[in-house]
Design a protein around this ligand. Structure first.
Ligand code: GUN
Length: 299
């Protein structure tokens, strides 16, 4: 009680949760209805092929979530799981066939791949119009140029979430921590496209704490549990946590945590995404959206 009283006196309030799970559910219901309508004209369902190589447990979970979501909305899955020692040439051949396959609207290679495979070169093989992950150089180029195209799912999901909560990005200082091809780089470009002033921070960035503290919008995608503490966040900031880290506590139970110390940061920020239930479900939903976008344009 004392705690609550002093909190009220100091005018603290908890941040509003950016509820990716709820928005994803709504969007998936809409997609399901849209697919049912489109299917009457096309006489086939949309199709997505998720390719996974090896048995990385986190990737296996993501792939399962993607395939389940496909089944929920009415997208047919043509995914394949390959043995960890599959060669580059074998995968290229599979992608070549999927590019030709008229039932398939989207192709995705789950990352990371085993070390002996060259992901960048493999992503080149996917036809840009079937590039459900938006990672082909043509789609990345379209993003840089501000042209329409298939967009990377996680950053597109973050933008959709900000939009839903009417968070105005224009003119804001946005700091993106992480520079991966999957999240950091396309995220920075999308924020720039929405007229934010964007800084990308990474492992060699100096004085990252002060930089993070300057952010009106802070996006964290590094994969380090609880990296971002309350004193690294500007009061009233919008904090988006893209991290998904599995940690094991002293009792031996494992659980999923983000890159942000949620409990502490929610006392400082105005908006915050939880983990799980924030960005993750939005990534999956944007993948479905991309697949249906390609489907709706196919002949
Ligand atoms: N690995 C983790 N997240 C993703 C994703 O969104 N797409 C792909 N291709 N690989 C991932």
């Amino acid at each position: 009680m004392q705690n609550l009283k002093s909190k009220m006196q100091m005018n603290y309030k908890n941040a509003q949760i950016l509820d990716g799970k709820a928005l994803a559910q709504r969007m998936q219901s809409e997609l399901q209805a849209r697919i049912a309508r489109l299917q009457k004209e096309r006489h086939r369902p949309p199709g997505l092929a998720v390719l996974m190589v090896g048995d990385d447990p986190a990737s296996a979970t993501y792939v399962r979530n993607k395939e389940r979501a496909c089944a929920r909305v009415g997208i047919a899955s043509y995914g394949k799981h390959f043995h960890g020692d599959t060669t580059q040439a074998e995968l290229e051949q599979v992608i070549y066939q999927l590019n030709q396959d008229e039932r398939v609207d989207g192709i995705l290679v789950q990352l990371p791949l085993p070390k002996h495979l060259d992901a960048i070169s493999l992503l080149y093989q996917i036809h840009p119009d079937k590039d459900a992950d938006g990672l082909h150089p043509v789609n990345m180029g379209r993003l840089i140029r501000g042209e329409p195209g298939l967009r990377s799912c996680t950053p597109a999901g973050v933008m959709r979430l900000l939009e839903e909560y009417k968070i105005d990005v224009a003119g804001k200082n946005a700091v993106v921590i992480g520079r991966s091809i999957l999240v950091g780089k396309p995220m920075a470009l999308m924020l720039l496209q929405a007229d934010a002033t964007v800084t990308i921070a990474h492992s060699k960035t100096r004085e990252i704490d002060a930089l993070a503290r300057s952010a009106d919008i802070l996006i964290v995608a590094v994969g380090r549990p609880h990296l971002i503490k309350a004193d690294m966040v500007k009061p009233k900031a919008v904090v988006v946590d893209v991290g998904m880290n599995s940690i094991t506590d002293e009792a031996g139970n494992s659980r999923l945590v983000g890159d942000v110390d949620f409990e502490a940061v929610k006392e400082v920020a105005d908006f915050i995404t939880p983990v799980p239930g924030g960005v993750g479900p939005m990534t999956v939903t944007m993948l479905l959206e991309n697949t249906v976008f390609s489907y709706s344009r196919s002949r």
